[in-house]
Design a protein around this ligand. Structure first.
Ligand code: FAD
Ligand code: AMP
Length: 478
């Protein structure tokens, strides 16, 4: 055995690299193994999130939104620009530079914290040994007191639309189009489909989203998802619900997609097709047959609430285990596990993992929805405030959407904050901070909010829970 570590982490995504850094901070001798080769043909840390997920998608969303504003909304401010053009390769190159800076930054953080990075494929053997197959094919075996599996996820493929990364692409391919497709099809109206569909719609593509389910964004609060459907449709995203893709044929530079919907069998032809039907855990060649780590029925590594697997001393975190596939969930699990290995009693509050969809307006929430609480028989009070009544939103010409605060009718404790609107992700985070400390709607209402801010909409929605809103007529007066 070549080297022995306190902690060996497999995978350097936001779960793995954060776990490795925290473990090293706590004085544990830590190694992290990563196999991903970035665009420049070198090992790139940061996982899906930094390389082909959260960050590059947000870079394109921001660029495309600036273009959209220059094209569509500057004129209301009295700004004339002449013709506005988008140079797509420059936009994509800017995105690549951000990825390069951030992945390089993670490498620097690993070094600064004393984490030993191994470039190659990691595999858990029995007895908490980890085999590393380097890029040159040579193998070595590391000994570990503790192993953290953080191998992440990859896009789900569906037989009716096999990805060729040219005409039919997955989320990774959709980050690298070199021109705007005139007609773009998207399979799946989930977070990724809506975000990537929005990027290309803002740049002029005619976008059709085919979604098998009849319901739009079923995990979101129904009031918000209904509003979101209206607003996104008005922006030009053609979202077909109940449309299940059954086949596709690539003909030259186009693809014809077959789908069934309430109207029966249908066909549409697109210049590009993005398959965004979900992600699945990566466990290929991760575990030796005798490693002893159990998986659940869906192929995720089975873990308890503290991310311990069926093998003592072996943990798994992030997208490869149950729960939301979100970078911040992966990172917090990484911190929790590293701290527990170091002997702390750290826990993670899974009830308060916020969700965000970075469309414009953003859609975000934390806690429970009205429909879930009603199904659970919880008596609730609800306060809402529309951005149309917010001075800050009017000043910004950004008035679509609302804030909704849901509180327990008996205790007034806030159980959910749901927002569609400008800065929704930031507003929901304010709600999450309050909820972590057990805030009541009254507590939020008693706080002083700066004027004029988007956050005032959260303040007013919290006041509205008990009929005390000032800047909107209250549904209920007290
Ligand atoms: P990953 O980030 O997938 O990292 C796992 C790493 O392990 C990879 O680098 C992989 O190469 C490596 N690996 C796997 N197996 C091995 C092995 N055997 N040996 C060595 N290395 C291995 N989440 C958000 O919270 N916010 C967002 O805005 C957001 N946007 C997204 C947009 C897109 C387009 C996509 C695709 C995802 C987005 N996500 C977002 C999800 C987010 O990227 C993931 O939830 C997150 O990256 C999961 O982190 P992880 O560490 O579990 O796994
Ligand atoms: P998410 O898991 O949030 O990324 O969303 C993926 C979406 O893709 C889900 O809403 C699925 O219903 C949808 N989906 C999966 N398979 C198909 C299909 N064959 N045709 C259309 N939509 C699909």
């Amino acid at each position: 055995m070549s080297q022995k570590f306190d902690v060996v982490v497999i995978g350097a995504g936001p779960g793995g690299y954060v776990a490795a850094i925290r473990a090293a901070q706590l004085g544990l001798k830590t190694a992290c193994i990563e196999k991903y080769q970035g665009k420049e043909g070198k090992t790139a840390l940061g996982g899906t999130c930094l390389n082909v997920g959260c960050i590059p998608s947000k870079a394109l969303l921001d660029s495309s939104y600036k273009f959209h504003e220059a094209h569509e909304s500057f004129k209301v401010h009295g700004i004339s620009t002449g013709e506005v053009a988008m140079d797509v390769p420059t936009m994509v190159a800017r995105k690549d530079q951000i990825v390069k800076n951030l992945t390089g930054g993670v490498a620097g953080l690993m070094k600064a914290n004393g984490v030993t990075v191994f470039e190659g494929h990691g595999k858990l053997l029995s007895g908490k040994q980890v085999e590393v197959t380097g890029l040159d094919g040579n193998t070595q075996v590391l000994g570990a007191e503790h192993v953290i599996l953080a191998s992440g996820s990859k896009p789900v493929d569906i037989p009716p639309a096999p990805v060729d990364q040219n005409i039919i692409v997955d989320s990774t391919g959709a980050l690298d189009f070199q021109s705007v497709p005139a007609k773009l099809g998207v399979i799946g109206a989930g977070v990724i489909g809506l975000e990537l569909g929005s990027v290309w719609a803002r740049l002029g593509a005619e976008v059709t989203v085919l979604e098998a389910m009849d319901k739009f964004l079923p995990a979101a609060d129904e009031q918000i998802s209904k509003e979101a459907f209206k607003v996104l449709s008005k922006q030009g995203l053609k979202i077909l619900l109940g449309a299940r893709v059954t086949g596709s044929q690539v003909n030259g530079d186009q693809v014809t997609v077959n789908f069934t919907s309430a109207e029966g069998e249908q066909q549409q032809t697109f210049d590009k097709l993005i398959v965004a039907v979900g992600r699945r855990p990566v466990t290929t060649d991760l575990l030796a047959a005798d490693a002893g780590v159990d998986m659940d029925e869906r192929g995720f590594i089975f873990v308890d609430d503290q991310c311990a697997t069926s093998v003592p001393g072996v943990y798994a975190i992030g997208d490869v285990v149950r729960g939301a596939m979100l970078a911040h969930k992966a990172s917090e699990e990484g911190v929790m596990v590293a701290e527990r290995i170091a002997g702390h009693k750290s826990q993670m509050n899974y009830d308060l993992v916020p969700s965000v969809i970075y469309t414009h307006p953003e859609i975000a929430w934390v806690g429970k929805t009205e429909q879930v609480l009603k199904a659970e028989g919880v008596e609730i009070n609800v306060g809402t405030f529309p951005f149309a009544a917010s001075g800050r939103a009017m000043a910004a010409n950004d008035t679509a959407g609302l804030v909704k605060v849901i509180a327990d009718a008996k205790t007034d404790r806030v159980l959910g904050v749901h927002v569609m609107g400008p800065a929704a992700a930031e507003l929901v985070q304010q709600g999450a901070i309050g909820m972590e400390f057990g805030t009541s709607a009254e507590d939020l209402g008693m706080m002083v909010f700066s004027h004029p801010t988007m956050s005032e909409a959260l303040h007013e929605a919290a006041l509205a829970v008990n009929g005390h809103a000032i800047h909107i007529a209250n549904r209920k007066k007290r």
